[in-house]
Design a protein around this ligand. Structure first.
Ligand code: ADP
Length: 751
């Protein structure tokens, strides 16, 4: 089995089975005794001779009153009345072989024993309130004033360093899996910095974390000192069952912990737990390169400060999360405002200010709208994004999909891990294929561990897993590959809120469009019925004018002079022209209203009839109409389509000054057009006078003519407008290609 095959469960099991709190030795700078309810000494550490001048056997089985005066004994006895784990401290003076010796006495009870720890001290005087205030008060006042979390933690490190004088004071923060990172540091200038380094979760086993929650301060003044064993009265309870030392200040360090710190060149350490919402949030960790003793009172001040920091943390961490959330919300609302006001939605989405990237703190983004992808910042290429969206659609149907290790789910992403190891995909509409994607790069370039985390796990020849202190504490790039920084819950919320806003904007834009369409339809209908009514009503008085003018010309011509007759003739011809115009208008307005009578129509038959009628109406006309290949049968309104062919053929012959007027009628199929969007494009080609390019669009407007009435047989200027209307009613379009003096080709489609 290799190191990488060691599973997290194996590691956890391994650590869980190390009975750290039931160690049977203590640190040698103090002594420990376990007492029964009658305060008889059942167990002592094997260093009583050094500190008290008495051998353990001289103390075992003896009452505590042999050692302490009655007042001191009475005070210690009180501990029995208290709940388990409550720690009491006393200043004690003991008569030893070397004379009177002062001790800090620290007592607490376990299930059945009372544990008394004694640490030698220089004086019997407790630290005064004023010096306590000088040490802690000032630090607390400064902490309260700092609102920013990073500044606050830095201040904590620096205040603890001032109070303790350690070479290095760091603040660690643990993440959700228990891996730590150094978030603040104060150090002796010649030491290399650890700030920003990350530690794997295995560096602080779960059991040690639990102990820190119970015992908020851990002090080891000399990691190199030889631990002292505990000795018991034979056959006593403490003899058969190890005592729970979890609340003991003198509990010896685990060999792993000793080796770990020795590797870091640390000889003394003080660790203060930081608890937030009943969980171990982090640690204030103090290191010293040489042995260092910190008086009990100063440690108590540190513990007290740790509790204040814990209390403040709750507020400051929440505040910093809130600040970030508020910042995201304000960026988000700026962003939403800018896109809701923009005419071009896509452009607004990828505008640099306010940026789409800031809404979730991403390094790259892609917007997929109407089958087009627009990229922003550091991203995979367009084709990679397109394939990624297809994959996401096939594998997950939620509106929001996020991962901080995309290549592990989608192996193709290995190719673009540097831009998109993290993906946050927002599906705005699956049907219309609207997506926003945000990307984060692989973090390998940005994360450094202190030492190689794999070194802490070793496997022996028999395959047994062993946790070992890591040998290296130099900055080491972690090999957790293909992973980005995680998406925070508030960033995911921000993306979701953006989706809701975009859906709202798109819906309101669609609403507006639908309302405008309705309005347009209504006004079109009104216009058509107005045109119909007006042209219909105008025809009657016009006919009257025409009739009376004709009567005047026929019956009263002798009463008029030459000018009068000419004027009347003009009135007659103008009224005729006006009637033609009104008829065209009427036809056009009818076209807009009438329902199409669609049926399968053989265009060869249809054209036969059109040409037949044409020849009948122009008996002297010299023209040549060619249809190179039979036309298809299509679904259309045959009466209207006849009108289109008729108008276009008439124009082809009319606007033609060649001695032999040639017209070719045919079609292009999908292949010949080079595209497949419509099956047929019909054309009518002539060798006539041609149309200047700048008129290629205007000729389709109603009453637009390019020539005076006298030329090319006149006309109402409505034939092309009517043809256009018919073609559009069929869902098609009409256009012209033409060269002056060479000829024109009119094209149209019918779907
Ligand atoms: P009208 O023929 O009654 O004038 P149209 O709407 O059919 O009205 O045509 C509009 C104008 O387009 C014509 O006046 C003419 O100037 C030009 N036009 C139409 N067809 C052709 C053509 N095949 N060749 C040259 N010019 C044409």
């Amino acid at each position: 089995m290799s190191q990488s095959e060691v599973t997290p469960t194996q590691i956890t099991n391994l650590i869980q089975h190390e009975p750290i709190e039931f160690s049977i030795s203590i640190q040698p700078h103090g002594l420990l005794m376990a007492l029964n309810p009658q305060l008889v000494i059942l167990q002592v550490s094997n260093n009583t001779e050094d500190l008290l001048g008495k051998k353990p056997n001289d103390l075992l089985g003896q009452p505590l009153s042999d050692l302490l005066n009655s007042e001191q004994v009475k005070a210690i006895e009180q501990c029995w009345q208290q709940e388990r784990g409550r720690v009491n401290s006393f200043k004690l003076s003991i008569q030893t072989s070397k004379g009177k010796q002062y001790f800090d006495g620290i007592a607490h009870r376990t299930e059945s024993t009372l544990i008394l720890e004694l640490e030698p001290t220089d004086s019997v005087n407790e630290i005064s309130f004023l010096s306590f205030h000088a040490l802690a008060g000032e630090a607390i006042a400064k902490m309260r004033k700092t609102s920013n979390l990073t500044d606050f933690l830095q201040l904590v490190a620096s205040e603890v360093q001032k109070i303790t004088g350690f070479d290095r004071v760091m603040v660690y923060e643990f993440d959700h899996v228990g891996a730590g990172s150094v978030v603040a540091e104060v150090k002796r200038h010649d030491l290399s910095p650890y700030l920003g380094l990350h530690y794997p979760a295995t560096d602080l086993p779960e059991q040690v974390r639990e102990l820190y929650k119970r015992n908020l301060l851990r002090f080891i003044p000399n990691l190199n000192a030889q631990p002292v064993e505990l000795v018991s009265v034979e056959n006593s309870e403490t003899h058969s069952r190890p005592v729970d030392l979890s609340f003991c200040v003198l509990r010896s360090a685990h060999p792993c912990c000793v080796e770990y710190h020795q590797n870091m060149d640390v000889a003394a350490m003080l660790v203060i737990a930081l608890i937030k919402e009943q969980k171990l949030w982090g640690l204030i960790s103090c290191h010293h390169q040489t042995h260092k003793h910190i008086p009990y009172e100063v440690r108590k001040i540190c513990e007290f400060l740790g509790q204040i920091v814990s209390r403040e943390l709750e507020h400051k961490v929440n505040q910093s999360q809130l600040d970030y959330r508020v910042r995201l919300q304000s960026l988000q609302s700026d962003f939403i405002e800018s896109i809701s006001q923009a005419d071009n939605f896509r452009e607004a989405l990828v505008n640099p200010q306010p940026s789409l990237l800031d809404v979730v703190d991403a390094q790259g983004a892609a917007v997929y709208l109407d089958d087009e992808i627009t990229l922003l910042g550091a991203t995979p290429n367009i084709e990679q994004v397109r394939l990624l969206i297809d994959w996401a659609d096939a594998s997950n149907g939620d509106n929001l999909f996020s991962t901080d290790s995309l290549p592990k789910l989608y192996p193709e992403a290995v190719a673009f891990k540097n831009t998109a190891s993290g993906l946050l995909l927002l599906r705005i509409s699956k049907v219309r294929r609207y997506y926003i994607l945000w990307f984060r790069p692989e973090v390998i370039q940005t994360v450094s561990w202190a030492g190689n985390p794999d070194e802490s796990i070793q496997v022996d020849a028999n395959g047994n897993v062993k946790l070992c202190p890591r040998a290296s504490f130099e900055r080491w790039q972690q090999t957790v590959r293909l992973t980005s920084l995680p998406w925070k819950p508030c960033e995911i919320d921000s993306a979701l809120a953006l989706r809701n806003a975009i859906v709202g904007i798109v819906l309101s834009k669609a609403d507006e469009l639908a309302r405008m369409n309705l309005e347009l339809e209504r006004s079109n209908r009104e216009l058509a019925s107005f045109a119909f009514a007006a042209s219909h009503d105008l025809k009657e008085p016009l006919r009257g004018i025409h009739n009376y003018s004709t009567v005047l010309l026929e019956d009263y011509a002798q009463l008029l002079d030459e000018d009068g007759i000419e004027y009347l003739q003009t009135v007659v011809s103008l009224s005729q022209r006006m009637e033609t115009l009104i008829n065209s208008l009427l036809r056009l307005s009818q076209l807009g209203q009438a329902k199409l009578q669609l049926q399968a129509t053989d265009l060869n038959e249809l054209l036969d009839q059109v040409i037949h009628l044409l020849r009948a109406s122009r008996p002297q006309g010299q023209f040549n109409i060619r249809i190179p290949r039979p036309l298809p049968t299509i679904e259309c309104d045959p009466v209207l389509v006849s009108e289109v062919f008729s108008n276009l053929i008439i124009n082809a012959l009319k606007y033609n000054d060649k001695p032999e007027k040639c017209v070719e009628i045919g079609y292009l199929n999908a292949e010949e057009q080079g595209e497949t969007s419509v099956p047929f494009v019909f054309y009518i080609r002539d060798n006539g006078i041609g149309i200047p390019e700048h008129h290629h669009e205007s000729i389709f407007r109603l009453f637009k003519r390019l020539h005076s009435q006298e030329k090319y047989g006149g006309g109402a200027g409505a034939g092309l407008a009517i043809s256009k209307k018919i073609v559009e009613r069929h869902g098609g379009r009409i256009w012209v290609e033409s060269v002056v003096d060479v000829g024109s080709t009119f094209y149209f489609t019918l779907e």
